[in-house]
Design a protein around this ligand. Structure first.
Ligand code: ZN
Length: 361
């Protein structure tokens, strides 16, 4: 849906949609607003689903005859008006800014988020095309230099210094790198550990973190780097269901933004660790292993049913099954039990050198 989606075209579509709704209402008709539904996965393992193909999986019809729909349409039109203003004035706003334009109507941020997703589907565009941006959570460091809107990001000059990932990824230009690979780490604490250990001085790489579940700019930025630099990309997450889900978000995209997964996922990503077997292999003491909670087990069981794991990543699925069988989890930082810089000096370099990661198929 990305590509040459210009503001002018979007403004024209917004005008067409609102005029069409008004026209129907003025003639006493209730317009039926069809919104396509997309998904990144299903749990219907018996069928040949098309979850990865980004074709829609059905659609929803919003009508003025249902009270809950009237509220959704009200929110949708209010957000559409704000988007129209952003586009007309060539300004950017965050989802949070939009929420605060009508906090009493938008009872919750999620209401606004859903309206923004619905608008992207209706207008067939990506969120950034609406001039709606995230606050930006991601960090990057390493052997990289680029420009964003005339601003120079010279990470090479000081490869162990964290830079905020630019929010306007479409304005990132002139990417130069001498890195040999990209390492994505789940947590900021691990990123800081690597920065303190001067990891990028000792290893020619780029390190990125989305600080938990990655936001849209982090995923788009990572994708841009992978496409332009053609480097291998590895992912390091905690050995628990949340770490696995974050890995899956980078690889397959999130369900909320399934309509745009094609532009957000990174199919090349390889899972570097931590694997359940790492606890034995690296001799983690028992006190580093925490029992899975009821919620962890429920989340893991639900993830095991996802169709994309069965179809595309059976090896990842086996490791996830192993977490459930062993009934324990551990954080990446647990590997520091041997020495503070064990991750930087031993774990990551040896995994990359020896290839003891699960390759993408
Ligand atoms: Zn499916």
């Amino acid at each position: 849906m990305e590509g040459n989606t210009h503001s002018r075209d979007l403004l024209r579509k917004i005008k067409e949609i609102t005029l069409w709704i008004l026209d129907n209402l003025s003639q006493g008709r209730s317009p039926l607003i069809g919104i396509q539904r997309f998904r990144t996965y299903c749990t219907d393992l018996g069928s040949n689903c098309n979850c990865s193909s980004i074709k829609p999986n059905g659609h929803e019809i919003l009508t003025f005859q249902k009270e809950s729909h009237v509220y959704r349409i009200d929110v949708l039109l209010r957000v559409l008006l704000i988007v129209q203003q952003l586009l007309q004035e060539n300004k950017h706003g965050s989802k949070r800014d939009i929420y605060y334009m009508h906090p009493s109507v938008f009872s919750d941020q999620s209401v606004v988020d859903r309206a923004i997703n619905d608008i992207c589907i209706l207008l067939q565009c990506s969120r950034h095309n609406l001039n709606v941006v995230s606050v930006g959570n991601g960090l990057v460091m390493g052997w990289l230099r680029f420009f964003e809107g005339g601003r120079k990001f010279d990470c090479i000059n000081s490869p162990n210094t964290a830079h905020t990932i630019p929010v306007l990824v479409e304005e990132v230009k002139d990417i130069v790198s001498v890195a040999q690979y990209i390492l994505v780490v789940e947590k900021e604490s691990v990123f800081q550990r690597l920065a303190n250990d001067q990891f990028c001085s000792k290893n020619r790489c780029i390190v990125i973190t989305g600080r938990g579940y990655p936001d849209v700019p982090t995923r788009r930025f990572l994708r841009l780097l992978v496409e332009q630099l053609c480097l291998p990309v590895y992912c390091l997450v905690d050995c628990d269901p949340y770490g696995f889900d974050i890995l899956a978000t980078y690889r397959f995209g999130s369900m909320q933004m399934a309509y745009d997964a094609k532009f957000l996922r990174v199919p090349q990503i390889q899972w570097l660790g931590a694997f359940p077997s790492d606890s034995d292999y690296y001799g983690l003491p028992k006190q580093c292993l925490l029992p899975l909670t009821t919620e962890d087990k429920r989340k893991t069981e639900a993830m095991l049913l996802r169709c994309y794991l069965h179809q595309e990543k059976p090896d990842w699925r086996l490791e996830l099954e192993l977490i459930l069988q062993r009934g324990v989890k551990f954080e990446i930082e647990a590997l520091s039990v041997h020495s503070l810089s064990f991750l930087s000096d031993v774990y990551i370099p040896s995994k990359i050198k020896e290839g003891t990661y699960i390759c993408h198929i």
